[in-house]
Design a binder for this molecule. Structure first.
Ligand code: GAR
Length: 323
C-alpha cells in the first residue's frame, strides 16, 4: 500500500506495551502500510502510554473499574472512532470484549496471543506448554471474534522450548518473536485488499463453488468456465493490471452495452470498461479498492454464470434454490 493511503490503526494495551512499541517503530519505516493514530488503555499510567506520548502519538485512558463491560468498550470504541481508526489492534489488552463491540469491528480487529493457537487459549500459556512437554511455544495473530482466542489465525511464530525454561524465561523469548511477528502480520492484513494473490484466491473460491465450473487460462490470465473441459464457456476472468490498467478486477458479463456504460458512468469507483473484453459486454468490477462487498462480487459471478451455463444446469440451480 502506498504511504499516502496508510491504514489507520488504534492499538489497545493494558501493560508494558512492548508489542505496541514494535508496531509503532515498524510504522515509522519507509513504505509502512499502516500508521498508529491512537494508543488506548484501560490502565492508568500503563508503561506503553508513556512511550506513545514520548513518540507524539495520541493516547487515551479509560479505567474499567466500577463500570460495565459495555460502558468500558463504548468509551474505548468512541476514542478509536474519533481518532479515525480503520482497525483496532489489541496488544496485551487484557479485557474480554462485549459482543456488540466485537461484531461492529468484525474483520477489523486483530489480537496477538502467546501460544500456537488452537493450543492454549486463555491464560498461563507458557506454563501449560512447558508442563505438556511441548518442543515449541510461540505466538499467534488472529482475527477477533466473539469466541475467546478462536478467530482465524493469520500468522504464527514458533519459539523452541529449552530444557531449563521457566514460564518467565520462555515468555521473554516469545516477546522478542512477537515483536517480529505482529508488525508484519498487521501490515499484511491491512494491505491484502491490494494483494493480487489474496484477491485471486477469493475470486477463485467463489467462482469454483458454482456448479460444473473449472479454471482455464485465457490470454495469460485466469478465467473461469462452466461446462465440460472441452466445450465449457467463460463466465468470469480475473484481470490483474492488464493493458496498463491500474485495476485488479473481476470481469463478468453484463446484459448489454447500455447497462455496461450506465454502470461505469454512475459508479466509476466500482466499475470500468476493460480494453478488449469491454467491446463484447464484459464489465470490470474493481477489487483493489477499500470496502469491496464480496456478496456483491458473488452476485455478479452467479449472474454471469447463469448467462452462459447450459439450461440443464440453470434449471437444476433454480430447483435447488427453491428449498
Ligand atoms: C504479549 O505477550 C501478548 O501476546 C499477551 O500479552 C503480552 C503483552 O505484552 N497477550 C495475551 O496474553 C492476550 N490474551 P506487551 O504489553 O509487552 O506487548
Amino acid at each position: 500500500m502506498a504511504s499516502a493511503t496508510r491504514a489507520k490503526i488504534a492499538v489497545f494495551i493494558s501493560g508494558s506495551g512492548t508489542n505496541m512499541a514494535a508496531l509503532l517503530y515498524a510504522s515509522r519505516l519507509e513504505g509502512a502500510a499502516y500508521e498508529i493514530v491512537l494508543v488506548a488503555s484501560n490502565v492508568e499510567g500503563a508503561d506503553g502510554l508513556k512511550l506513545a506520548e514520548t513518540e507524539g502519538v495520541a493516547t487515551f485512558t479509560h479505567s474499567h473499574k466500577g463500570i460495565t463491560r459495555e460502558e468500558q468498550d463504548a468509551a474505548m470504541e468512541e476514542a478509536a472512532i474519533k481518532a479515525g481508526a480503520d482497525y483496532i489492534v489489541l496488544a496485551g489488552y487484557m479485557r474480554i470484549l462485549s459482543q456488540g463491540f466485537v461484531e461492529r469491528w468484525e474483520g477489523r480487529m486483530l489480537n496477538i496471543h502467546p501460544s500456537l493457537l488452537p493450543k492454549y487459549k486463555g491464560l498461563d500459556t507458557f506454563a501449560r506448554a512447558i508442563e505438556a512437554g511441548d518442543s515449541h511455544a510461540g505466538s499467534s495473530v488472529h482475527i477477533v471474534t466473539h469466541e475467546l482466542d478462536a478467530g482465524e489465525v493469520l500468522a504464527q511464530v514458533k519459539v523452541a522450548i529449552a530444557p531449563d525454561d521457566t514460564p518467565d524465561t520462555l515468555a521473554a523469548r516469545v516477546k522478542i518473536a512477537e515483536h517480529q511477528l505482529y508488525p508484519r502480520a498487521v501490515a499484511d492484513y491491512v494491505s491484502r485488499g491490494s494483494d493480487p494473490e489474496y484477491l485471486y484466491a477469493k475470486v477463485s473460491k467463489l467462482a469454483l463453488a458454482l456448479p460444473e465450473t473449472h479454471e482455464k487460462t485465457s490470454h495469460g490470465s485466469p478465467g473461469f468456465r462452466v461446462g465440460t473441459e472441452k466445450s465449457g464457456k467463460f463466465f468470469a476472468h480475473f484481470s490483474q493490471m492488464h493493458h496498463g490498467s491500474q485495476h485488479i478486477a473481476l470481469l463478468v458479463k453484463t446484459g448489454s452495452m447500455d447497462e455496461l456504460l450506465t454502470l461505469v458512468e454512475s459508479q466509476p469507483e466500482v466499475y470500468y470498461k476493460p480494453d478488449y473484453y469491454g467491446a463484447s459486454g464484459w464489465i470490470g468490477v474493481i477489487l483493489n479498492r477499500p470496502g469491496v462487498d464480496w456478496d456483491h462480487v458473488q452476485d455478479w459471478l452467479m449472474r454471469s454464470w447463469r448467462a452462459v451455463a447450459p439450461a440443464r444446469l440453470t434449471k437444476l440451480h433454480d430447483a435447488a434454490n427453491m428449498f
